[in-house]
Design a protein around this ligand. Structure first.
Ligand SMILES: C[S@@+](CC[C@H](N)C(=O)[O-])C[C@H]1O[C@@H](n2cnc3c(N)ncnc32)[C@H](O)[C@@H]1O
Length: 262
């Protein structure tokens, strides 16, 4: 497994560097909520990071109770600092061995974590175990074949790095299907993550994502200078929102479990 997030520096920088406009976060929560079948749902977020989604779901999905699981103690410490919420319980644990009971959740969210999980089939079996009948698992990522982000314009080597790190849609669907999960839908869309390049540049100065650990300091700063120059140039013309592409794959739990607990 990637242990990049155990790095306290990265965990500290993650929150500021990955903020998104409230409007975008609300739109995400509305999309997640559209896959919830019961009132007052029970939700687990796996790889919750600093807890942005867990807290937002607790806030905006009426009556929800959220369990936020993360493998990194450093990230969990940030969660408690930035996103405490009475309806969110934060637990240390891994996707492949969730620290929760069976038949417990109506929805599982895996946001930007699927590429960190080395044994996806085992993680999928855990989803089958912890979801209730009718429960759904929602994977938010960018599949390898649709990688598309402004960072690749300024750090071209990151594209190759991400092509190695991110799984394809076909790989994830096959691994999840082998555990008994059924694919419901895959949607793909670009979404604003910053108002303009200047704001985007300011976010990235803290090197807030694990992908940047694959670059030397010199490479990182060269790309950052380039991005700064592009932001200054854009400010002279018409600043535009920075978009990033996301894919959302939704799976449902089978009526009967094909596997017993590992
Ligand atoms: C890129 S962050 C995503 C955080 C948050 N879900 C979001 O979308 O902003 C990935 C998180 O997954 C955690 N993680 C990595 N591998 C994991 C695993 N096998 N099980 C649980 N968490 C894991 C990391 O510690 C990190 O906090």
């Amino acid at each position: 497994m990637s242990r990049a997030h155990d790095d306290e520096r990265l965990a500290g920088a993650y929150e500021h560097g990955n903020e998104m406009p409230e409007e975008s976060l609300r739109a995400w929560v509305a999309l997640i909520a559209s896959h919830v079948r019961r009132p007052s749902p029970s939700i687990v977020e796996i790889g919750a990071g600093t807890g942005v989604f867990s807290a937002a779901m607790a806030r905006w999905i009426k009556g929800s109770e959220v369990v936020a699981v993360d493998a990194s103690e450093a990230m969990l410490a940030e969660v408690r600092r930035h996103h405490p919420h009475p309806a969110v319980r934060y637990l240390p644990g891994e996707a492949e061995a969730l620290p929760t009971g069976s038949d417990a959740f109506d929805l599982a969210l895996l946001s930007r974590v699927i590429h960190h999980i080395p044994d996806r089939t085992r993680a999928a079996r855990e989803l089958v175990r912890v979801l209730r009948v009718g429960g759904r698992a929602l994977v938010r990522t960018t599949f390898r074949e649709r990688l598309d982000a402004v960072v690749y314009d300024h750090w071209p080597r990151l594209r190759a790095v991400d092509e190695r790190r991110f799984p394809s849609e076909e790989e994830v669907v096959a691994d999840f299907a082998s555990a008994g999960l059924t694919l419901e839908t895959v949607t793909s869309f670009a979404q604003p993550v910053a108002a303009n390049l200047h704001e985007y540049h300011a976010r990235l100065t803290g090197r807030p994502q694990s992908k940047f650990t694959h670059l030397t300091d010199e490479e990182f700063h060269r790309g950052l200078d380039q991005l700064d120059a592009a932001a200054r140039d854009e400010a002279l013309h018409t600043p535009r929102p920075v978009l990033e592409r996301y894919d959302v794959a939704v799976f449902s739990r089978p009526l009967f479990r094909p596997f017993s607990r590992p």
